[in-house]
Structure formats: C-alpha cells, structure tokens
Ligand binder design. Structure first.
Ligand code: M6R
Length: 362
C-alpha cells in the first residue's frame, strides 16, 4: 500500500511529478497562452474584481502566500492572504468586487469554512481551491477549482502543496488573461515552465539520497532557520512547518531580509540555515544575508539556481531554471530534508503527535 516506501509521506513526496501532471492535464493551451479551467469566472465577472482575498491555514496558507506573488506579478490585481482563523471580511464598497479564494486540501477545515462563510454572508464571490470533490468547501463556494493531487494519507501536506501552487498558477493565467493584464507571450512562458515542473521536481527527487546524507549530518541541532525572498519566503515558511510538524524540532521560517532584524542573535554553529536562492528573487541580497550567518559559523544549506552562491554554501542543492516555479521545486528538497531528519529521529512520520489530517474544530 505504501508502494515500497517506508512511509506514506515519502511515497507522496515521490508522487509529485505524476500529481502535477494531473493538475495540468487538459487545462493548458501553451500556444494560445491560455488555460481552460472549469470555473465560472468570466472576463465580465473578473473585470469587476478589485481585490482577491486568499484564506487558508497551515500549508495551504503558504500556498496562498506563493499565489499572492504570482497573482500580483502576472495578473496585476490587489491580493491579500490571511490565516483563516484571523479573517474578517473587509470588502470594498461593493462586496461583489472582492473574490475570496479558500485554499483547502481537505475542503473541511473549520477555520477556512468559517472564513468562507463570513465572506459569502457579506456578499462576496467565493472560490474553493481543493483536492476533495464533494467536500463542504467545494459545495458551499460559488465555484471550485480542483487540484487533482489524488488522496494524501500522511498528515504532512506534501504533494497537495505542490498541486495547490500549480492550480493557483493556472488560476493566475486565467485571471491575468481575462483581465487583459497578461500578454499571451508571458502566459505561454509561465505555462512552459509549468510543463517543465514535473521533470524539475523529479530532479530534486533524484537527489533524495544526497538529502538523506545531509539530514543525518545536521540532525540534532538546536534550531533550524529557513530563509528566502518573495516566492522563496513562502517556501521557507513551509519548510520550517514541515520540519516542526514531523521531526518535533524547533524551526522558524521567514523572509531572508528579516534575519538581521532580530533572529541573527540566535544564529550559532548549531543552527543550520536552509536558504532558497533563486534567480528571480534578488539573489544578491539573499546571498548577503547568507554571508552574515555563515560568518557566525552557521552551516548553510542552499537550494540554489544562483551560481554565484556556491562558495558560501556548505551544501548546495542545484535547482533547475524554471522562472517563478523554482522555489516550488526547491520545496521538494525541503520536504525531503524534513522527512529524513524525522526518520533519523525515529518519529511517527505519517501520524505526528497531537496533529490531525483534517482540523474540523475552530
Ligand atoms: O485541508 P486543509 O488544506 O484546509 O488543511 C490546512 C492545514 O491544516 C494543513 O495544511 C496542515 O498545516 C498540514 N498538516 C501541514 O502539513
């Protein structure tokens, strides 16, 4: 049942290329630079949208943070992302001008459903981005976009995060094109990168043994910091959550520029820093941050498409060129790192203590 893997989590990490092909299947027209999503968001509807509000919890919230950058860059629309349990509807003058997107793998998370209901009650249009056909979120929202990742058994969300970001990338193209904000050339470029995504993820999966060795070298440290910029910052948060959740060690993720505003005081040779260094996200500045932690003796593990970084990294895991999707590819490396650390520590990886797959209380 685990397909020869020791845990569902590892199986699901390895299922990512196939899951992503499913997310994309039949939805992409690369030549026209457009997508075909089975949603009711027409050009007329989208022309009226002044703001998109993404609401979600945990890993799905991190997918929302990633999507916010994509929507801002490629669809030229104002976007907010909020943890669902903190959400209050603050629409403009006309609630219908706000599109509220609930990102939820299960479609049953109580906090997310409650946020969505607040928005619907106020008169906003709602869209559920979910893995689960027939889930409460899918039924209650005005529209649903399925991420098609297949069932995920491990409590830790892995392939569903990748599929969420992929589906939200398609949604970005859909919205950008229909709002006249995205040229077919730029859209084709993003879609070409999406086509390359399963193969790029496979390259990281092929580095699994290497990451296992890295994990055993850096297991049992005081704390772990995860940093990156822009899209890389979303992934840094996700990498830290994964490690906390399944390895029960302290980890913190944040935008790399924030290091020098406080956390640097905690950095020692016993606090590995995992960094996402991709071409699209001011890698020079991130490299400066890396130098600061390196000079304090912290081991630096870099997931990098930025060649100039190599000299400053204790471990370099190369990320193939893939534009805005590079951090998503790097995240697969972070998943494997978390998995191997947790495995080394003998944790109950598929069912971490105190946690449930679907959180149905507020
Ligand atoms: O089903 P949802 O996407 O709404 O779940 C949200 C979170 O509970 C979930 O992502 C949680 O953070 C994961 N266990 C993280 O791996």
């Amino acid at each position: 049942e685990k397909g020869g893997y020791d845990h569902y989590m590892l199986k699901e990490i390895h299922e990512q290329p196939g899951a992503l092909r499913q997310t994309l299947s039949g939805r992409v027209d690369e030549v026209a630079g457009d997508v075909d999503l089975d949603v009711d968001l027409s050009s007329e509807v989208l022309a009226d949208v002044e703001e998109i509000q993404l609401v979600a919890c945990g890993t799905s919230y991190h997918a929302g943070l990633y999507a916010r950058r994509l929507l801002e860059e490629f669809a030229d629309v104002r976007v907010t992302v909020e943890v669902a349990s903190e959400y209050e509807f603050t629409g403009g003058r006309d609630p219908w001008e706000t599109l509220v997107v609930a990102v939820t793998q299960s479609g049953e998370t109580a906090d997310t459903l409650s946020a969505m209901r607040k928005a619907a009650k106020a008169g906003a249009r709602t869209l559920a981005v979910t893995n689960t056909v027939g889930s409460t979120a899918a039924r209650e929202a005005d529209d649903a976009l399925y991420i098609r990742a297949g069932p995920e058994i491990g409590v830790a969300a892995t392939k569903t995060f990748a599929a969420q970001v992929t589906a939200l990338s398609l949604l970005t193209v859909h919205i950008g094109r229909r709002r006249g904000a995205l040229s077919s050339e730029r859209a084709s470029n993003l879609l070409e990168n999406l086509r390359g995504l399963p193969g790029a993820v496979q390259q990281l999966l092929d580095a699994s043994e290497r990451l296992e060795a890295v994990a055993s070298e850096y297991v049992d440290e005081d704390a772990y910091f995860f940093v990156g910029r822009k899209l890389g910052a979303a992934v840094a948060l996700e990498g830290a959550l994964k490690l906390k959740e399944i390895a029960y060690v302290h980890a913190e993720g944040f935008p790399s520029g924030e290091l020098k505003h406080g956390t640097l005081a905690l950095v020692t040779e016993d606090t590995p820093v995992l960094t996402v260094l991709t071409e699209g996200a001011r890698p020079k500045e991130t490299l400066n941050n890396v130098k600061e932690v390196e000079s304090r003796g912290a081991p630096v593990i870099g997931f990098s498409s930025y060649d100039a970084a190599a000299n400053y990294l204790d471990v370099e895991i190369p990320i193939p060129d893939l534009g805005a999707l590079e951090p998503l590819v790097a995240n697969v490396g972070l998943q494997l790192f978390a998995y191997h650390v947790a495995n080394e520590l003998g944790r109950a990886i598929d069912k971490p203590r105190n946690l449930a797959k679907s959180v149905t209380v507020e």
